[in-house]
Write a protein that binds this ligand. Structure first.
Ligand code: GSH
Length: 208
């Protein structure tokens, strides 16, 4: 690949950096990945974090030649721009409703993952008092639809899928109370042909 190829660096997990991958995949846009795992975390913390020339070193990062950026939402905006998928942002006031779900779900994805690291009463409290109420808001917004807005794909769906997916995988028992709403939504997203192909490819880092 040429030096102008996009490199996306992130953990080999479908978490905060995952919506960026979906945006590239939905456009069939070429990108390569540097995937860090817990076994290779020192490649990030002990090497790339200092040596890649990032102004604000963090994961995810995106590098295209001399152009180097971080901050996941900044990279999402860049990916939308370069893949010409502005339709995912919506128009007019709808943009802000879409972004409401986008930012809510970005935080939620992180909260679900952090809850997996807790144990005992602390974990139970986090699930019952934080995660479940937040998924209830999402479930209420979605209703019986398979897209959040206007029966078409937007960033809201991409970010919500990412949050719901990690919740379903890590807290399946708690997920079940939402399954009548979330299952059709998840299935609809997973059946988008480019997403299906991607999920079956080795480019998709599955949740361990
Ligand atoms: N505000 C940043 C937060 C990034 C962040 O918290 N990254 C986590 C993974 S989601 C990480 O492991 N960063 C690596 C580091 O701190 O060096 C963003 O949205 O990109």
């Amino acid at each position: 690949m040429s030096s102008n190829t996009i490199t996306l660096g992130y953990w080999a997990l479908p978490l905060r950096g995952q919506p960026i991958r979906y945006i590239f995949e939905l456009a069939k846009f070429p990108y390569q990945q540097t995937l860090y795992t817990s076994a290779t975390a020192s490649n990030w913390f002990g090497k790339d974090k200092q040596e890649l020339g990032l102004d604000f070193p963090n994961l995810p990062y995106l590098i295209k030649g001399d152009f180097k950026i971080t901050e996941s939402q900044n990279i999402v905006n860049y990916a939308i721009d370069i893949t010409k998928q502005q339709h995912l942002l919506g128009t007019g006031q709808k943009t802000f409703k879409i972004d409401n779900i986008r930012f809510f779900c970005d935080e939620l994805t992180s909260k679900v993952f952090l809850a997996t690291r807790k144990s005992g009463e602390e974990k139970t409290t986090e699930i019952n008092n934080v995660l479940i109420p937040k998924f209830k808001y999402l479930h209420k917004q979605l209703g019986n639809n398979v897209y959040f807005f206007d029966n078409k794909l937007s960033l809201a769906d991409i970010f919500a899928y990412t949050a719901i997916n990690v919740f379903k995988l890590k807290f399946n028992e708690e997920y079940q109370q939402f399954s009548s709403t979330f299952d059709p939504f998840m299935k609809n997203f997973e059946e988008i042909p480019l997403i299906k192909e991607y999920h079956n490819s080795d480019r998709y880092p599955k949740m361990p």
